[in-house]
Design a protein around this ligand. Sequence first.
Ligand code: MN
Length: 295
Amino acid sequence: MNKLGVHALVWVGGWSHKECETAVSKSAELGFDYIEIPALDPSSVDTKHTLKQLEKYEIGATVSLGLPLDCDISSEDPEVVARGEAMLNDALRLTGEIGATHMCGILYSGFAKYMQPKTERGVQNSAEVLFRIAEKAKLENIAIGLEVVNRYETNLLNTGAEGVEMVKRVGSDNVYVHLDSYHMHIEESGLGNAIRGCADHLGYFHIGESHRGYLGSGNIDFQDIFSALAEIAYSGPITFESFSSAVVAPQLSNILGIWRNLWEDSEDLARHAKTYMEEQIKAGIETHRDNRFRA
Ligand code: MN
């Protein structure tokens, strides 16, 4: 069974001591296995306090971030690349200090709408930095997830196939493709096909609706997704990600374009998502079993 997690922004917009305890305790209360903590600004996370809360409520953690453009490791400017590597090292230190199992997100480029395509030199710079980060992460048993996102949030990895290519290029065995149903719905030619194309390279998954609200209330064919996850025997973490103007983290919410209020009751949203994901996982396994018997 996959471990199920919830993104912290379902609960809180910041990471003060009080916000941390709220998010960690609520996630644990609903039975999630872990919480995904955004670290766009690694210095905003008090790692000692966070670890204490995770231990108190007996729940795991993962860390996600995207690089600002002045720290873009896919830049051709060595100074920008060096700043990005320093930021990733900082985030990796944080990940280790709170005992998190995964560091994921848009680690390979800026988290922004680019006004030009990626360049070969830039992709190579990104792969070289990621290799060094991944080798350090390996020493602490931390997996690295490269989140494939839509064209308005990066110019580097927009499809699962591009993700697999990048994972191979980086060349560390703890680097995985991180898929997100919200982004896949925009960019892929078929949700299940994208998952099957990643196969063993898939190591992290975000479940989000087409409008980022309640699961099942948008346009995404979750049956296709969970059936394909069962087919490739995906056993990694699955995180529920949802955003509403009711809970705002100014930096993250504004890049994502969270302008609408899609929910106000975090607890109702998260409880529904957990049940929904559990039912879809079960249905996916059964669908796949049925297909296998027919084949
Ligand atoms: Mn995501």
